[in-house]
Design a protein around this ligand. Structure first.
Ligand code: HSE
Length: 308
């Protein structure tokens, strides 16, 4: 094989109480990366589309190629590669755009060079790529994009990835308001210390959310989807946040919160028709605050990246 094209999915991270430790993959949107072998003995980005010229072509600064370089260095491989990156979602959307591009590149090279490395072995290279964009080592976008499904990162030192079973009828409605929030900026506004009673409540909600998923208990999922660490601060960055959330809840969403560092918001429901109704209500509420907002409806993507 001389070339490979890979799709890697967007992801919802944090999922309410799971700041930096929970995330799940979506079916759409997602990024595409094409990797071709080359005789030039260097890693080159030959094309980026869908980014309005904003992403770096320098392979040492781009999430896709930093991830690939980390993988090649670790495996002691010297090879020339030409890389095309096709962005299918906004930068700074809260949908794990940089993670999708990092995962697509690492996954593509693993397949193209027949390295046969497991996801556990690929993850640290995806995280190295993601670091370039967010300036923080967090895996709650790269891990779901790579493994698919709903991921709990129980610990980072050493990293401990746990895939959580989900209700089969869980749908996710996404509203992507037409503004950009940089993850590195949105991390700076968070409080570095929390009170003991806040930590206790956050731990209770995190545990409740996971148990709710595993027991198909939508009431428990609903009352556990509460975040004290990020939502109180980041919701202020999203115009009309409370109104949009209320609109989702008023038409039957299980609950609604910010995805990643925003501005996108997600809401859970248990049927496609409900998910469509919810996303319409969210878009309608958001239109008073921001224009050209995008929406997506997706079940949880249990597969992760795929070769196209
Ligand atoms: N957990 C990260 C954060 C996700 O909220 O900063 C960023 O997409």
């Amino acid at each position: 094989m001389e070339s490979i094209k890979v799709f890697s999915p967007a992801s919802v991270s944090n999922v309410g109480p799971g700041f930096d430790i929970m995330g799940f993959a979506l079916h759409q949107p997602g990024d595409e990366v094409i990797v071709k072998k080359s005789n030039l003995n260097k890693i080159e980005i030959t094309k980026i589309s869908g980014d309005n010229g904003r992403l770096p072509l320098n392979p040492n600064e781009n999430t896709t190629t930093v991830g690939i370089q980390s993988l090649l260095k670790d495996q002691n491989i010297n090879v020339g590669l030409k890389i095309e990156i096709h962005k299918k979602m906004g930068i700074g959307s809260g949908l794990g755009s940089s993670a999708a591009s990092a995962v697509a590149g690492v996954f593509a090279v693993n397949s193209l060079l027949n390295l046969n490395l497991s996801n556990d072995e690929l993850l640290k290279h995806c995280m190295a790529g993601e670091y370039v964009a967010s300036k923080a080592f967090h895996a709650d976008n790269v891990a779901p994009a790579l493994y698919g499904g709903f991921i709990l990162i129980r610990d980072y030192n050493p990293i401990d990835i746990i895939k959580i079973d989900l209700p089969s009828d869980l749908y996710c409605s996404i509203l992507y308001p037409d503004i950009e929030i940089k993850t590195c900026e949105a991390r700076k506004i968070l409080k570095p210390n929390v009170k003991l009673k806040t930590a206790i409540s956050q731990a209770g909600n995190s545990a409740g959310l996971i148990v709710g998923f595993m027991k198909n208990d939508f009431e428990l999922i609903s009352r556990s989807l509460v975040d004290h660490l990020a939502e109180p601060f980041r919701s202020k960055l999203i115009p009309g946040y409370d109104k949009i959330r209320d609109a989702a809840l008023n038409v039957g969403a299980i609950n609604c919160n910010i995805t990643g560092s925003g501005p996108s918001m997600f809401a859970f429901s248990t049927s496609e028709s409900d998910a469509l109704k919810i996303v319409r209500a969210m878009k309608n509420a958001s239109s008073k605050f921001t224009k050209s907002n995008k929406t997506y409806v997706s079940k949880i993507n249990l597969t992760g990246p795929k070769i196209l």
